[in-house]
Design a protein around this ligand. Structure first.
Ligand SMILES: [Zn+2]
Length: 506
Protein backbone atom coordinates (compact mmCIF):
# COMPACT_ATOMS: atom_id res chain seq x y z
CA UNK A 1 0.00 0.00 0.00
CA UNK A 2 1.23 3.44 -0.85
CA UNK A 3 0.16 6.43 1.14
CA UNK A 4 -0.75 8.74 -1.75
CA UNK A 5 1.40 11.61 -0.45
CA UNK A 6 1.85 13.04 -3.94
CA UNK A 7 -1.83 12.65 -4.81
CA UNK A 8 -2.79 14.62 -1.71
CA UNK A 9 -0.06 17.22 -2.10
CA UNK A 10 -0.89 17.92 -5.75
CA UNK A 11 -4.65 17.60 -5.53
CA UNK A 12 -6.03 20.61 -7.46
CA UNK A 13 -7.46 23.36 -5.25
CA UNK A 14 -8.91 25.40 -8.12
CA UNK A 15 -10.48 24.66 -11.49
CA UNK A 16 -7.42 25.92 -13.38
CA UNK A 17 -5.28 23.28 -11.68
CA UNK A 18 -7.34 20.35 -12.96
CA UNK A 19 -5.42 18.20 -15.45
CA UNK A 20 -6.86 16.62 -18.59
CA UNK A 21 -10.55 17.57 -18.22
CA UNK A 22 -10.63 20.97 -19.91
CA UNK A 23 -14.06 20.62 -21.49
CA UNK A 24 -15.95 19.65 -18.34
CA UNK A 25 -14.10 22.25 -16.27
CA UNK A 26 -14.84 25.04 -18.79
CA UNK A 27 -18.51 24.16 -18.92
CA UNK A 28 -18.89 24.05 -15.14
CA UNK A 29 -16.89 27.17 -14.65
CA UNK A 30 -19.01 29.04 -17.24
CA UNK A 31 -22.27 27.88 -15.72
CA UNK A 32 -21.14 29.33 -12.38
CA UNK A 33 -20.13 32.60 -14.03
CA UNK A 34 -23.54 32.83 -15.69
CA UNK A 35 -25.19 31.84 -12.43
CA UNK A 36 -26.97 28.94 -14.13
CA UNK A 37 -26.79 26.40 -11.37
CA UNK A 38 -28.64 23.17 -11.73
CA UNK A 39 -29.75 21.11 -8.76
CA UNK A 40 -28.17 17.79 -9.79
CA UNK A 41 -24.92 16.99 -11.56
CA UNK A 42 -23.57 13.65 -12.64
CA UNK A 43 -19.86 13.06 -13.27
CA UNK A 44 -19.04 9.79 -14.99
CA UNK A 45 -15.76 8.28 -16.16
CA UNK A 46 -13.27 5.53 -15.38
CA UNK A 47 -11.36 5.42 -12.09
CA UNK A 48 -8.97 8.19 -11.22
CA UNK A 49 -9.92 10.67 -13.93
CA UNK A 50 -11.02 13.38 -11.49
CA UNK A 51 -14.75 12.91 -10.89
CA UNK A 52 -14.84 13.62 -7.16
CA UNK A 53 -12.02 16.17 -7.41
CA UNK A 54 -14.04 18.25 -9.88
CA UNK A 55 -17.21 17.76 -7.81
CA UNK A 56 -15.43 19.08 -4.70
CA UNK A 57 -14.11 22.10 -6.56
CA UNK A 58 -17.62 22.79 -7.77
CA UNK A 59 -18.88 22.55 -4.19
CA UNK A 60 -16.17 24.99 -3.13
CA UNK A 61 -17.34 27.41 -5.82
CA UNK A 62 -20.86 27.25 -4.41
CA UNK A 63 -19.97 27.41 -0.72
CA UNK A 64 -17.11 29.96 -0.58
CA UNK A 65 -17.88 32.66 1.99
CA UNK A 66 -16.84 35.34 -0.50
CA UNK A 67 -19.77 34.39 -2.71
CA UNK A 68 -20.56 31.98 -5.53
CA UNK A 69 -17.64 32.10 -7.96
CA UNK A 70 -15.73 29.92 -10.38
CA UNK A 71 -12.61 31.21 -8.63
CA UNK A 72 -13.37 30.65 -4.92
CA UNK A 73 -11.07 32.52 -2.52
CA UNK A 74 -9.37 29.43 -1.08
CA UNK A 75 -8.80 31.29 2.19
CA UNK A 76 -12.14 31.51 3.97
CA UNK A 77 -13.32 28.93 6.50
CA UNK A 78 -15.61 27.26 3.96
CA UNK A 79 -12.83 26.85 1.38
CA UNK A 80 -10.36 25.56 3.98
CA UNK A 81 -12.89 23.14 5.46
CA UNK A 82 -13.71 21.76 2.02
CA UNK A 83 -9.99 21.26 1.30
CA UNK A 84 -9.65 19.40 4.59
CA UNK A 85 -12.78 17.37 3.90
CA UNK A 86 -14.72 18.51 6.97
CA UNK A 87 -17.25 21.09 5.79
CA UNK A 88 -20.57 20.36 7.51
CA UNK A 89 -22.72 21.21 4.47
CA UNK A 90 -20.72 19.16 1.99
CA UNK A 91 -21.95 15.68 2.78
CA UNK A 92 -19.82 13.04 1.10
CA UNK A 93 -21.19 9.54 0.72
CA UNK A 94 -19.26 6.63 -0.72
CA UNK A 95 -21.97 4.27 -1.91
CA UNK A 96 -19.36 1.58 -2.59
CA UNK A 97 -18.40 1.26 1.06
CA UNK A 98 -20.87 -1.04 2.74
CA UNK A 99 -20.48 0.24 6.24
CA UNK A 100 -22.06 3.51 5.30
CA UNK A 101 -25.08 2.20 3.43
CA UNK A 102 -27.33 2.36 6.46
CA UNK A 103 -26.25 5.93 7.23
CA UNK A 104 -27.07 6.93 3.68
CA UNK A 105 -30.75 6.42 4.14
CA UNK A 106 -30.78 8.57 7.29
CA UNK A 107 -28.80 11.25 5.49
CA UNK A 108 -31.27 11.23 2.64
CA UNK A 109 -34.14 11.56 5.07
CA UNK A 110 -32.52 14.71 6.49
CA UNK A 111 -32.41 16.42 3.10
CA UNK A 112 -35.26 18.79 3.86
CA UNK A 113 -33.48 20.44 6.83
CA UNK A 114 -31.66 23.67 6.01
CA UNK A 115 -27.87 23.84 5.77
CA UNK A 116 -26.03 24.55 9.04
CA UNK A 117 -24.10 27.65 8.04
CA UNK A 118 -24.01 28.05 4.27
CA UNK A 119 -26.27 28.82 1.33
CA UNK A 120 -26.43 25.19 0.15
CA UNK A 121 -26.43 21.69 1.46
CA UNK A 122 -24.44 19.66 -1.05
CA UNK A 123 -24.57 15.89 -1.32
CA UNK A 124 -21.58 14.34 -3.07
CA UNK A 125 -22.39 10.69 -3.67
CA UNK A 126 -19.52 8.63 -5.09
CA UNK A 127 -20.22 5.39 -6.99
CA UNK A 128 -23.87 6.36 -6.83
CA UNK A 129 -24.94 3.32 -8.89
CA UNK A 130 -24.13 1.19 -5.84
CA UNK A 131 -26.64 2.75 -3.46
CA UNK A 132 -28.99 0.28 -1.82
CA UNK A 133 -32.55 0.18 -3.14
CA UNK A 134 -33.89 2.01 -0.12
CA UNK A 135 -31.29 4.77 -0.41
CA UNK A 136 -32.01 5.04 -4.12
CA UNK A 137 -35.68 5.55 -3.50
CA UNK A 138 -34.93 8.24 -0.96
CA UNK A 139 -32.59 9.90 -3.47
CA UNK A 140 -35.17 9.70 -6.24
CA UNK A 141 -37.84 11.33 -4.14
CA UNK A 142 -35.64 14.33 -3.33
CA UNK A 143 -34.10 14.62 -6.76
CA UNK A 144 -37.57 14.87 -8.30
CA UNK A 145 -38.57 17.79 -6.13
CA UNK A 146 -35.44 19.08 -4.47
CA UNK A 147 -35.65 21.84 -1.87
CA UNK A 148 -34.00 25.09 -3.08
CA UNK A 149 -31.04 24.70 -0.74
CA UNK A 150 -30.04 21.19 -1.86
CA UNK A 151 -27.56 20.30 -4.62
CA UNK A 152 -26.63 16.81 -5.70
CA UNK A 153 -23.21 15.95 -7.11
CA UNK A 154 -23.23 12.34 -8.21
CA UNK A 155 -20.19 10.42 -9.43
CA UNK A 156 -20.04 7.01 -11.00
CA UNK A 157 -17.86 4.72 -13.07
CA UNK A 158 -21.00 3.05 -14.44
CA UNK A 159 -23.63 5.57 -15.53
CA UNK A 160 -25.43 2.84 -17.51
CA UNK A 161 -26.53 1.31 -14.22
CA UNK A 162 -28.41 4.41 -13.14
CA UNK A 163 -32.18 4.52 -13.64
CA UNK A 164 -33.42 6.78 -16.39
CA UNK A 165 -35.39 8.78 -13.81
CA UNK A 166 -32.13 9.83 -12.15
CA UNK A 167 -30.18 10.35 -15.38
CA UNK A 168 -32.85 12.58 -16.85
CA UNK A 169 -32.69 14.91 -13.86
CA UNK A 170 -28.94 15.41 -13.90
CA UNK A 171 -26.59 17.53 -15.93
CA UNK A 172 -24.27 14.79 -17.11
CA UNK A 173 -20.51 15.40 -17.49
CA UNK A 174 -18.65 12.54 -19.12
CA UNK A 175 -15.01 12.73 -18.14
CA UNK A 176 -12.43 11.31 -20.53
CA UNK A 177 -9.55 9.05 -19.72
CA UNK A 178 -6.60 11.36 -19.43
CA UNK A 179 -4.37 11.43 -22.48
CA UNK A 180 -1.03 9.67 -22.10
CA UNK A 181 0.94 12.81 -23.06
CA UNK A 182 -1.00 14.94 -20.58
CA UNK A 183 -0.23 12.48 -17.79
CA UNK A 184 3.46 12.43 -18.73
CA UNK A 185 3.78 16.21 -18.65
CA UNK A 186 1.85 16.40 -15.37
CA UNK A 187 4.25 13.91 -13.77
CA UNK A 188 7.24 15.73 -15.22
CA UNK A 189 6.02 18.90 -13.59
CA UNK A 190 5.70 17.23 -10.21
CA UNK A 191 9.13 15.57 -10.49
CA UNK A 192 10.71 18.93 -11.21
CA UNK A 193 8.95 20.58 -8.28
CA UNK A 194 10.05 17.73 -6.03
CA UNK A 195 13.64 17.87 -7.34
CA UNK A 196 13.60 14.22 -8.26
CA UNK A 197 15.91 12.96 -11.01
CA UNK A 198 14.11 11.26 -13.88
CA UNK A 199 14.52 10.21 -17.50
CA UNK A 200 11.96 10.29 -20.28
CA UNK A 201 11.81 6.54 -20.70
CA UNK A 202 10.76 6.13 -17.05
CA UNK A 203 8.22 8.88 -17.46
CA UNK A 204 6.73 7.16 -20.54
CA UNK A 205 6.57 3.78 -18.88
CA UNK A 206 4.84 5.10 -15.77
CA UNK A 207 2.37 7.17 -17.80
CA UNK A 208 1.51 4.19 -20.02
CA UNK A 209 0.91 1.97 -17.02
CA UNK A 210 -1.55 4.47 -15.57
CA UNK A 211 -3.93 3.68 -18.46
CA UNK A 212 -5.63 7.07 -18.51
CA UNK A 213 -5.98 7.45 -14.74
CA UNK A 214 -4.26 10.49 -13.29
CA UNK A 215 -4.68 9.17 -9.75
CA UNK A 216 -3.08 5.83 -10.68
CA UNK A 217 -0.20 7.65 -12.40
CA UNK A 218 0.59 9.41 -9.13
CA UNK A 219 0.48 6.30 -7.00
CA UNK A 220 2.62 4.41 -9.54
CA UNK A 221 5.07 7.30 -9.55
CA UNK A 222 5.24 7.19 -5.78
CA UNK A 223 5.79 3.44 -5.79
CA UNK A 224 8.62 3.85 -8.31
CA UNK A 225 10.29 6.64 -6.34
CA UNK A 226 10.34 4.57 -3.19
CA UNK A 227 11.43 1.40 -5.05
CA UNK A 228 14.31 3.30 -6.66
CA UNK A 229 15.34 4.98 -3.38
CA UNK A 230 14.35 8.51 -4.20
CA UNK A 231 15.03 8.88 -7.91
CA UNK A 232 13.81 7.11 -11.06
CA UNK A 233 15.92 4.32 -12.48
CA UNK A 234 14.50 2.89 -15.70
CA UNK A 235 15.94 -0.60 -15.18
CA UNK A 236 14.46 -0.95 -11.73
CA UNK A 237 11.14 0.45 -12.94
CA UNK A 238 11.03 -2.09 -15.76
CA UNK A 239 11.42 -4.87 -13.20
CA UNK A 240 8.80 -3.35 -10.94
CA UNK A 241 6.29 -3.00 -13.77
CA UNK A 242 7.00 -6.47 -15.16
CA UNK A 243 7.96 -4.73 -18.36
CA UNK A 244 8.99 -6.74 -21.38
CA UNK A 245 11.28 -5.29 -23.97
CA UNK A 246 9.66 -4.32 -27.24
CA UNK A 247 12.21 -6.48 -29.03
CA UNK A 248 10.91 -9.66 -27.38
CA UNK A 249 7.32 -8.78 -28.23
CA UNK A 250 8.28 -8.10 -31.83
CA UNK A 251 10.16 -11.37 -31.98
CA UNK A 252 7.09 -13.28 -30.80
CA UNK A 253 5.01 -11.73 -33.57
CA UNK A 254 7.69 -12.49 -36.16
CA UNK A 255 7.81 -16.15 -35.12
CA UNK A 256 4.05 -16.40 -35.47
CA UNK A 257 4.14 -14.85 -38.93
CA UNK A 258 7.05 -17.06 -39.96
CA UNK A 259 5.14 -20.07 -38.64
CA UNK A 260 7.98 -21.23 -36.39
CA UNK A 261 6.25 -22.82 -33.39
CA UNK A 262 9.47 -24.20 -31.90
CA UNK A 263 11.31 -20.87 -31.98
CA UNK A 264 8.18 -19.20 -30.64
CA UNK A 265 8.01 -21.58 -27.67
CA UNK A 266 11.66 -21.13 -26.88
CA UNK A 267 11.28 -17.32 -26.81
CA UNK A 268 8.29 -17.59 -24.50
CA UNK A 269 10.14 -20.04 -22.27
CA UNK A 270 12.89 -17.46 -21.86
CA UNK A 271 10.48 -14.93 -20.38
CA UNK A 272 10.46 -14.80 -16.59
CA UNK A 273 7.34 -16.30 -15.03
CA UNK A 274 6.68 -13.33 -12.79
CA UNK A 275 5.65 -10.92 -15.54
CA UNK A 276 2.00 -10.31 -16.34
CA UNK A 277 1.13 -12.31 -19.43
CA UNK A 278 -2.08 -10.36 -19.61
CA UNK A 279 -0.02 -7.21 -20.12
CA UNK A 280 2.13 -9.03 -22.64
CA UNK A 281 -0.98 -10.01 -24.55
CA UNK A 282 -2.12 -6.38 -24.41
CA UNK A 283 1.16 -5.36 -26.01
CA UNK A 284 0.69 -7.97 -28.74
CA UNK A 285 -2.85 -6.67 -29.37
CA UNK A 286 -1.51 -3.14 -29.51
CA UNK A 287 1.11 -4.04 -32.12
CA UNK A 288 -1.37 -6.02 -34.24
CA UNK A 289 -3.61 -2.97 -34.26
CA UNK A 290 -0.75 -0.73 -35.34
CA UNK A 291 0.28 -3.14 -38.09
CA UNK A 292 -3.30 -3.14 -39.37
CA UNK A 293 -3.33 0.65 -39.47
CA UNK A 294 -0.02 0.61 -41.25
CA UNK A 295 -1.52 -1.63 -43.95
CA UNK A 296 -4.12 1.07 -44.59
CA UNK A 297 -1.77 4.00 -44.42
CA UNK A 298 1.99 3.38 -44.51
CA UNK A 299 2.69 6.96 -43.43
CA UNK A 300 1.39 6.04 -39.98
CA UNK A 301 4.53 4.01 -39.41
CA UNK A 302 6.59 6.94 -38.20
CA UNK A 303 4.25 7.47 -35.25
CA UNK A 304 4.48 3.88 -34.10
CA UNK A 305 7.64 2.01 -34.88
CA UNK A 306 11.28 2.81 -34.28
CA UNK A 307 12.21 -0.50 -35.77
CA UNK A 308 11.92 -0.32 -39.58
CA UNK A 309 13.12 -3.85 -40.02
CA UNK A 310 10.32 -5.20 -37.87
CA UNK A 311 7.51 -3.58 -39.80
CA UNK A 312 9.12 -4.54 -43.12
CA UNK A 313 9.38 -8.16 -42.11
CA UNK A 314 5.88 -8.36 -40.71
CA UNK A 315 3.68 -6.41 -43.07
CA UNK A 316 5.17 -8.03 -46.17
CA UNK A 317 4.34 -11.49 -44.95
CA UNK A 318 0.86 -11.08 -43.61
CA UNK A 319 -2.45 -9.95 -45.05
CA UNK A 320 -4.85 -7.51 -43.39
CA UNK A 321 -7.33 -10.34 -43.00
CA UNK A 322 -4.84 -12.45 -41.07
CA UNK A 323 -3.99 -9.49 -38.85
CA UNK A 324 -7.71 -9.21 -38.12
CA UNK A 325 -7.80 -12.88 -37.30
CA UNK A 326 -4.82 -12.65 -34.93
CA UNK A 327 -6.37 -9.63 -33.28
CA UNK A 328 -9.61 -11.52 -32.72
CA UNK A 329 -7.83 -14.58 -31.37
CA UNK A 330 -5.91 -12.42 -28.91
CA UNK A 331 -8.92 -10.37 -27.80
CA UNK A 332 -11.17 -13.38 -27.28
CA UNK A 333 -8.44 -15.27 -25.40
CA UNK A 334 -7.84 -12.34 -23.07
CA UNK A 335 -10.95 -12.84 -20.97
CA UNK A 336 -9.85 -16.34 -19.96
CA UNK A 337 -6.36 -15.37 -18.81
CA UNK A 338 -7.36 -14.74 -15.18
CA UNK A 339 -8.97 -18.21 -15.08
CA UNK A 340 -5.92 -20.17 -16.20
CA UNK A 341 -3.70 -21.85 -13.63
CA UNK A 342 -0.57 -21.15 -15.68
CA UNK A 343 -0.58 -17.88 -17.61
CA UNK A 344 2.62 -18.58 -19.45
CA UNK A 345 1.40 -21.88 -20.90
CA UNK A 346 -1.89 -20.32 -21.83
CA UNK A 347 -0.09 -17.47 -23.54
CA UNK A 348 1.92 -20.01 -25.56
CA UNK A 349 -1.31 -21.70 -26.60
CA UNK A 350 -2.81 -18.43 -27.81
CA UNK A 351 0.23 -17.70 -29.94
CA UNK A 352 0.23 -21.27 -31.30
CA UNK A 353 -3.42 -20.89 -32.17
CA UNK A 354 -2.49 -17.94 -34.35
CA UNK A 355 0.08 -20.04 -36.21
CA UNK A 356 -2.35 -22.88 -36.83
CA UNK A 357 -5.19 -20.70 -38.03
CA UNK A 358 -2.78 -18.77 -40.17
CA UNK A 359 -1.18 -21.91 -41.53
CA UNK A 360 -3.27 -22.42 -44.66
CA UNK A 361 -1.18 -25.22 -46.07
CA UNK A 362 -1.11 -27.21 -42.83
CA UNK A 363 -3.44 -29.81 -44.33
CA UNK A 364 -1.02 -30.44 -47.21
CA UNK A 365 1.45 -31.92 -44.80
CA UNK A 366 -1.13 -34.32 -43.37
CA UNK A 367 -0.70 -37.91 -44.36
CA UNK A 368 -4.24 -38.28 -45.66
CA UNK A 369 -4.87 -40.60 -48.59
CA UNK A 370 -5.64 -38.79 -51.77
CA UNK A 371 -9.26 -37.75 -52.19
CA UNK A 372 -11.16 -39.43 -55.01
CA UNK A 373 -11.00 -38.33 -58.65
CA UNK A 374 -14.17 -36.29 -58.65
CA UNK A 375 -12.47 -33.93 -56.18
CA UNK A 376 -10.86 -32.21 -59.10
CA UNK A 377 -13.84 -29.93 -59.39
CA UNK A 378 -13.78 -26.27 -58.43
CA UNK A 379 -12.53 -26.09 -54.85
CA UNK A 380 -13.22 -23.33 -52.35
CA UNK A 381 -12.69 -22.65 -48.68
CA UNK A 382 -15.26 -24.87 -47.04
CA UNK A 383 -14.33 -23.73 -43.53
CA UNK A 384 -15.05 -20.11 -44.37
CA UNK A 385 -18.39 -21.02 -45.93
CA UNK A 386 -19.42 -22.93 -42.79
CA UNK A 387 -18.74 -19.83 -40.71
CA UNK A 388 -21.13 -17.84 -42.85
CA UNK A 389 -23.94 -20.39 -42.94
CA UNK A 390 -25.10 -19.55 -39.44
CA UNK A 391 -25.92 -23.16 -38.57
CA UNK A 392 -25.89 -25.08 -35.32
CA UNK A 393 -26.68 -28.48 -33.80
CA UNK A 394 -26.72 -31.52 -36.06
CA UNK A 395 -26.50 -29.42 -39.24
CA UNK A 396 -23.25 -27.91 -38.01
CA UNK A 397 -22.02 -31.42 -37.09
CA UNK A 398 -22.79 -32.54 -40.64
CA UNK A 399 -20.97 -29.55 -42.12
CA UNK A 400 -17.93 -30.31 -39.97
CA UNK A 401 -17.78 -33.94 -41.10
CA UNK A 402 -18.05 -33.39 -44.83
CA UNK A 403 -16.33 -31.74 -47.74
CA UNK A 404 -18.28 -29.95 -50.44
CA UNK A 405 -16.88 -30.06 -53.95
CA UNK A 406 -18.31 -28.30 -56.96
CA UNK A 407 -18.53 -30.63 -59.98
CA UNK A 408 -19.84 -28.23 -62.59
CA UNK A 409 -22.16 -25.25 -62.96
CA UNK A 410 -25.19 -27.07 -61.55
CA UNK A 411 -23.88 -29.91 -59.42
CA UNK A 412 -22.10 -30.45 -56.13
CA UNK A 413 -20.65 -33.56 -54.52
CA UNK A 414 -21.15 -33.71 -50.78
CA UNK A 415 -18.55 -36.10 -49.44
CA UNK A 416 -19.29 -37.33 -45.94
CA UNK A 417 -16.98 -39.12 -43.57
CA UNK A 418 -17.84 -42.80 -43.93
CA UNK A 419 -17.73 -43.35 -40.17
CA UNK A 420 -20.64 -40.95 -39.88
CA UNK A 421 -22.76 -42.68 -42.53
CA UNK A 422 -25.57 -43.68 -40.18
CA UNK A 423 -25.60 -40.54 -38.10
CA UNK A 424 -27.20 -37.95 -40.34
CA UNK A 425 -30.81 -38.64 -41.33
CA UNK A 426 -32.10 -37.90 -44.85
CA UNK A 427 -34.13 -34.94 -43.59
CA UNK A 428 -30.97 -33.44 -42.17
CA UNK A 429 -29.26 -33.77 -45.56
CA UNK A 430 -32.15 -32.22 -47.48
CA UNK A 431 -32.35 -29.32 -44.99
CA UNK A 432 -28.66 -28.81 -45.42
CA UNK A 433 -28.99 -28.62 -49.23
CA UNK A 434 -31.72 -25.99 -48.84
CA UNK A 435 -29.47 -23.94 -46.57
CA UNK A 436 -26.63 -24.20 -49.06
CA UNK A 437 -28.81 -23.18 -52.01
CA UNK A 438 -30.07 -20.22 -50.02
CA UNK A 439 -26.51 -19.28 -49.33
CA UNK A 440 -25.36 -19.68 -52.95
CA UNK A 441 -28.62 -18.14 -54.21
CA UNK A 442 -28.97 -20.90 -56.81
CA UNK A 443 -30.76 -24.27 -57.09
CA UNK A 444 -27.85 -26.72 -57.19
CA UNK A 445 -28.17 -30.51 -57.22
CA UNK A 446 -26.21 -32.59 -54.71
CA UNK A 447 -24.74 -36.05 -54.96
CA UNK A 448 -23.85 -37.68 -51.62
CA UNK A 449 -20.71 -39.80 -51.41
CA UNK A 450 -19.49 -41.57 -48.28
CA UNK A 451 -15.74 -41.74 -48.16
CA UNK A 452 -12.90 -42.60 -45.78
CA UNK A 453 -9.97 -40.33 -44.94
CA UNK A 454 -11.54 -37.06 -45.89
CA UNK A 455 -9.90 -33.83 -44.89
CA UNK A 456 -13.04 -32.55 -43.22
CA UNK A 457 -12.96 -29.44 -40.98
CA UNK A 458 -13.31 -31.76 -37.98
CA UNK A 459 -10.34 -33.84 -39.10
CA UNK A 460 -8.17 -30.79 -39.74
CA UNK A 461 -8.97 -29.33 -36.34
CA UNK A 462 -8.11 -32.59 -34.59
CA UNK A 463 -4.81 -32.76 -36.43
CA UNK A 464 -3.98 -29.25 -35.29
CA UNK A 465 -4.74 -30.19 -31.72
CA UNK A 466 -2.50 -33.22 -32.00
CA UNK A 467 0.34 -30.98 -33.12
CA UNK A 468 -0.33 -28.63 -30.22
CA UNK A 469 -0.32 -31.59 -27.85
CA UNK A 470 2.95 -32.86 -29.28
CA UNK A 471 4.57 -29.54 -28.57
CA UNK A 472 3.27 -29.53 -25.00
CA UNK A 473 4.29 -33.15 -24.60
CA UNK A 474 7.82 -32.39 -25.77
CA UNK A 475 7.98 -29.40 -23.48
CA UNK A 476 6.71 -31.44 -20.53
CA UNK A 477 9.20 -34.23 -21.27
CA UNK A 478 12.02 -31.75 -20.76
CA UNK A 479 10.63 -30.43 -17.48
CA UNK A 480 12.79 -31.63 -14.57
CA UNK A 481 9.84 -31.69 -12.12
CA UNK A 482 7.75 -33.86 -14.40
CA UNK A 483 10.74 -36.14 -14.99
CA UNK A 484 11.11 -36.53 -11.23
CA UNK A 485 7.48 -37.56 -10.93
CA UNK A 486 7.90 -39.98 -13.83
CA UNK A 487 10.89 -41.54 -12.11
CA UNK A 488 9.23 -41.81 -8.71
CA UNK A 489 6.09 -43.47 -10.09
CA UNK A 490 7.78 -45.31 -12.95
CA UNK A 491 5.19 -43.84 -15.29
CA UNK A 492 4.88 -41.74 -18.43
CA UNK A 493 2.63 -38.94 -19.69
CA UNK A 494 -0.46 -40.15 -21.52
CA UNK A 495 -0.38 -37.97 -24.63
CA UNK A 496 -4.09 -38.37 -25.21
CA UNK A 497 -4.88 -36.98 -21.78
CA UNK A 498 -3.34 -33.59 -22.62
CA UNK A 499 -6.23 -31.20 -22.87
CA UNK A 500 -6.74 -27.50 -23.25
CA UNK A 501 -8.60 -26.24 -20.16
CA UNK A 502 -11.05 -24.34 -22.34
CA UNK A 503 -12.04 -27.47 -24.25
CA UNK A 504 -12.69 -29.29 -21.00
CA UNK A 505 -15.08 -26.57 -19.95
CA UNK A 506 -16.67 -26.30 -23.36
ZN1 LIG B 1 -13.60 30.94 0.10
Amino acid sequence: MTNDVLALKYRPKFFNEVTGQDLAVDMLSNSIKLNKIHHAYLFSGTRGVGKTTIARLFAKSLLCNEGISNTPCGKCNACIEIDKGNHLDLIEIDAASRTKVEDTRTLMENVQYSPTSSRFKIYLIDEVHMLSDKSFNALLKTIEEPPEHVKFLLATTEPDKLPETVLSRCLHFKLNQVDFGVIASHLKNILEKENIEYDNESLDLISKNAKGSLRDSLSILEQCISYCNGSLDINKIKTLMGHIDEEIIQNIILKVIHKSPEDLISIIEGIQNSISFEKLLDSIIDILYKLSLYKINPKIKDNFFDNDEFYNLTTKNISSQDLQLFYQIAISAKKDIPLTPNQKDYFSMIMLRMIYFFDDDASDTDNVNSVPDNSKGIDFDWNKIIDQLNISGITLELARHCVLIKKDDDNFSLMIDQKKQDIFPKSCLSDFFKILNNFFKKEYKYEVIYQENLKTPDYIQKEKMKTENNIIYNKASKDPNINNIKEIFGSDIDKKSIKKIKDVEG
